[in-house]
Ligand binder design. Structure first.
Ligand code: ZN
Length: 469
């Protein structure tokens, strides 16, 4: 049998204060990347019915955006899950932790919250409990698998280089230190990469040499966004292979085909283990700031956790677990404003851990968003000295053009830039903001002060990280 798994995810670039997506000129002619990727990939794949024949997971922040702004795609995903359930006795959707966080890099309690929230989110939308879960970047260690077992998760997917022996297929039994088991599907690296990086021609060539069950797992955006037209080729492939297709739930039902040993602290997207999210491992080029950002966000975590613990002790953690009810739209009136501030600080802390900030070697929009979520968390704690400490630590990590955004002498041009962006959210392109003239130049905004004839230039992708403190 052949099982495809598509990981559907976009970094959540919403502003932490407004919780709105602001315009992203690099996504032109679309307003931002969610719109562009949706148009190129999610919408055509939904229309072609592809999701009905494959496994998929959708990052909760993306599924929420789809529900609000592309409801027909959202409905198609729910129906696709049910189509799998009817055809194979198992739904097509896998759960996803609430945020796209490298789980082995955060404290166990954070992993529990992210998985519990992710499972509750899944149940709310797909109206059933998840059988399997996707681990962001397939980042794994045995402790994370123990947490999955605590939440009744049956299986996850890893890649060949993450298991000893490296045999693809599954489900394989992974025995945990607690004595329990969890099932692991091992994706075929050669076939998955042939498809992800070479398209269908190379994939079909590679498939001819394959035997036994084939597990192909890759980014869902491959189909239409990374590779134009691949969504139609996927539909054609499905049309001519219907009898050979299965989903992971169906394969899981047949029982273990062997046993695997997990290689601790590995991922599918960094050959240096978890280096990509914690140190200058070389992935995507030199990134001397990566380790500093990891330490900064870890410090944030300790700070935010201490605030909750000092005030509420272990009851605070129970409160945090249940808080998903409010996040999913429930009534918050049973919490005091003080409790809500601490709980929202926790949510902001978890969002600040989103892996996208570290992924590329360039300090870009995702980095800025992590910094803003961190500042949002500290702001909620209401202790201004923590914000100064954060800024001081940040100044040791980032280069001049980023740090420049925090210098006190440019408040006016910054405000003009912010207002320009805010207005353009609603399509009002006003280049005159008070005494300032604002114009986009490449990927920067140029602000001209007509009073002093001074010019300022801000990197657009980092601009929104600036207006704080
Ligand atoms: Zn790496």
């Amino acid at each position: 049998m052949i099982a495809f798994h598509l990981h559907l995810y976009q970094p959540d670039r919403a502003d932490p204060w407004l919780e709105l997506l602001l315009p992203e000129p690099s996504a032109s002619p679309y307003r931002h990347w969610n719109e562009r990727v949706s148009h190129e990939s999610y919408e055509p794949n939904a229309e072609l019915g592809n999701y009905e024949w494959v496994n998929f997971d959708v990052g909760p922040t993306l599924l929420t955006w789809l529900k609000n702004y592309r409801p027909w795609v959202y409905v198609a995903l729910l129906e696709a899950d049910r189509a799998g359930l009817e055809r194979w006795g198992h739904g097509n959707a896998l759960a996803h932790p609430y945020y796209h966080v490298i789980l082995p890099l955060v404290p166990r309690r954070d992993r529990e919250v992210l998985i519990h929230w992710g499972v509750e989110f899944f149940k709310r939308h797909f109206k059933r409990g998840p059988e399997g879960i996707w681990l962001p970047e397939m980042a794994v260690d045995v402790e994370t698998l123990e947490v999955l077992a605590d939440y009744g998760i049956g299986f996850t997917i890893l890649t060949q280089s993450q298991v000893r022996g490296g045999r693809a297929g599954g489900p394989f039994k992974a025995v945990l230190p607690s004595g329990r088991n969890i099932a692991v599907f091992v994706r075929d690296e050669g076939l998955s990469n042939a498809l992800a990086f070479g398209g269908f021609e190379r994939f079909l060539e590679a498939l001819r040499g394959a035997s036994g069950d084939v597990i192909v797992a890759l980014d869902g955006e491959t189909f239409g966004h990374h590779i134009r037209g691949a969504e139609r080729e996927l539909a054609r492939f499905i049309g001519s292979h219907k009898n050979e297709l299965a989903n992971l739930g169906k394969l899981y039902e047949r029982g273990y085909v062997g046993e695997v040993e997990i290689i601790e602290r590995t991922s599918w997207s960094c050959p240096h283990g978890l280096g990509r999210w914690s140190r200058d491992c070389g992935c995507d080029g030199p990134a001397p700031w990566r380790e500093g950002l990891r330490e900064l966000i870890d410090w944030l975590g300790r700070t935010v956790d201490a605030a909750l613990e000092q005030r509420y002790g272990s009851a605070g953690w129970r409160m945090l677990m249940e808080y998903i009810g409010v996040i999913l739209g429930g009534d918050s009136s049973k919490y005091t404003p003080e409790q809500l501030r601490l709980l929202e600080a926790q949510r902001a802390k978890l969002a600040a851990n989103t892996s996208d900030a570290w992924f590329f070697s360039r300090l870009g929009i995702e980095f800025g968003i992590a910094v803003r979520w961190a500042l949002r968390a500290l702001e909620l704690l209401g202790d201004l000295s923590l914000i100064s400490e954060f800024m001081d630590r940040l100044s040791r990590i980032v280069p001049e053009d980023v740090l420049m955004l925090y210098t006190p002498g440019i408040r006016g041009p910054l405000m003009a830039a912010m207002m320009y962006i805010t207005l353009s959210v609603h399509g009002i392109a006003s280049d005159r903001i008070g005494p300032y003239i604002v114009r986009p130049v490449d990927d920067e905004l140029e602000i001209f002060d007509t009073r002093t004839r001074e010019r300022y230039r801000f990197r657009y992708d980092l601009l929104w990280s600036a207006f704080v403190g």
